[in-house]
Design a protein around this ligand. Sequence first.
Ligand code: BGC
Length: 718
Amino acid sequence: MTRIDLLLEEMTLQEKIGQMTMSAAGFAVTGPVLAGDATEDIRAGLVGSLLNIYGAEPTHRIQRVALEQSRLGIPLFFGFDIIHGHRTIFPIPLAEAATFQPDLWERTAREAAIEAAQDGVHLTFAPMLDVTRDPRWGRMAEGPGEDPFLASVYAAAKVRGFQGSDLATTDHIAATAKHFVAYGAPTGGIDYMSADISDRSLHEVYLPPFETAVGSGVAAIMPAFHDIAGIPMTANEPLLKNWLRRHLGFSGVLISDYNAVAELIEHGVAGDVVEAAILALRAGIDIEMISTIYRRGLPEALDRALIGLEEIDASVRRILRLKEALGLFDAPFGRGGAIDAESEHAADRRRLARDVATRSIVLLSNNGLLPLSDPRRVAVVGPLANERVEMRGSWPAAGDPRDPVTLFEGLSSALPQADVVHAAGVSIEDGDWSRVDGALDICRSADVIVLCVGEAALMSGEAASRASLDLPGRQKEFAEAVLALGKPVVAVLSSGRPLTVSWLIDRAHATLATWFLGNEAGNALGDIVTGRASPSGRLPVSWPRSLGQVPIYYAQRPSGRPATQPGRYASKYIDLPTTPLFPFGYGLSYGRFVYSDLTIGNARVGRNGNIEIMVSVANEGDATAEETVFLFIRDVVASVARPRMELKGFSKIELPPGGRGILALVLPVSALQFPGRDFNPVLEPGAFEVLVGPCADRQKLVSANVTVSDDPVQGRGP
Ligand code: BGC
């Protein structure tokens, strides 16, 4: 018998349900404190894990209670939201996605895992894999953007980074893929609202990143708060049991979202705690976060024979297996040790934070003002210019609020020869106008103005849906007043989503989307503005012209009446173009890239073959720069209408001025599969268009055709 079998034999029903219950440690400003009754519950075996606790001392102290004072001495595990760094705060996920660099996604997760493990944490509630096409939804900030392929590559990198190849090594932590599934498509962009989506979008857009996470060995999955077409995800047997467990073979742990089991009553699918407990258990939720419905409802459900003990045992077994995989039975104090803040490794981590922040910045427009050439006096104005805490974004984890470098500080140290001055002018949200004159005065005497506007960090993230995507408060008026001075203006946008500020982008001499860049925000901005680095961030989401265009994404299906068709009866708005202001993948650099000579190794390829693609990229600009090269395909005729373009790959190339490189991309034909009419994957032979270039704008892509033959052997067939 294994250790887990033995434990299961010994456990009372209460102790089993205890393992299925995750309670919280509350947070005080000064650090974690244990929630009132958690200690007693742990002693009684009523709690198996905690969230919101970190630090070697408190985690070890409470672990000791579980080990030494509970009847069976089963170790706890501690979970925490380490979304974009633990102590070192990296850019928010949407920003990091803009780097299009899986190696960086993996490294930041790895570093976060090291710091979290030093702080006694075993599991993170990340990565968030919610594809989203609606910037009203504030949680767009927490995920990798609009594209399922991008989200899948991101999923694999994050799981690798957090978990490594062996969870028991005490500098790794378990990852939780969330929020399963289609949480990013709530009605009206309102957080927690129902998603009424087709089975096709489910299979093509929302499920694939989770499939990749499972394939990468993710330890846990968190179902989302919302319902899909009337079935709350916390009780969604078809998706949790049939798809995740049976179809994909996911054998890890399902952890409910915060209080979500209790919320089944609010959703109107359970009449009382017993029904809620049955629904969640039936769907396969192993751990209930925060609420205590299992504790209150499962014993009665069992008594009335509405559930079987084997269903509870199956969950407990999965939870104990996770604890075993984390090495908790053998080394319950393995995580939680000295913080390596002063080591060489920690210095490397700060360099990584700066590099990833620099690479997250997207240059949206530039009339030649950037990089700045030796300015004498620079006015850094706007409510985000000297904000420290805001730079951390919506999940600052255990970051020290004093750590972030503000935009003003970063620019001051990047421009030591210049006189760099600062005034906020207005606040992010309130209407106080009293400081505007002073700010305009310092602008008047400057030769360049850096105008730092945008959202507060908490205007994106959870429960932060917006019905306007313009600048909040009186920032627009302030920006207009600054622009009216007629000086060169660099607009710097801090936000957790695209903002619909064409009025600003049109008039500023350059615009940078800087999202929320974390601790190294100011230094990263300095690197870009001075030209020490050429901007290499690219948009992981389409940037709308106007709120009326959302949801907006590039991978739309062709209409029978395309927008390009002349006359009235075309698929378009009568008052606005249908195209975004900036397409997915867009971003300028200080170079200028030109694509040519797209060639395909063999114009006919068998179903087991590879499509070999070569493209020539030249930098005709006058600065060394890095280009992100995107590979899209279009399935010309299929049994189900396919998107006008689908991302299938991306790669980077750095070139000096006048440099030219040949990029070779290999696309396995199997990647051309799609969910057929019955949603099973099919590969349909026929013509495909291969499109390569800088972003999802057809005009800017070079293309070639390839025919996939039914013959398995490359190049042969009818
Ligand atoms: C969020 C999750 C998070 C959990 C625990 C919830 O409100 O939806 O993303 O992991 O809280 O903090």
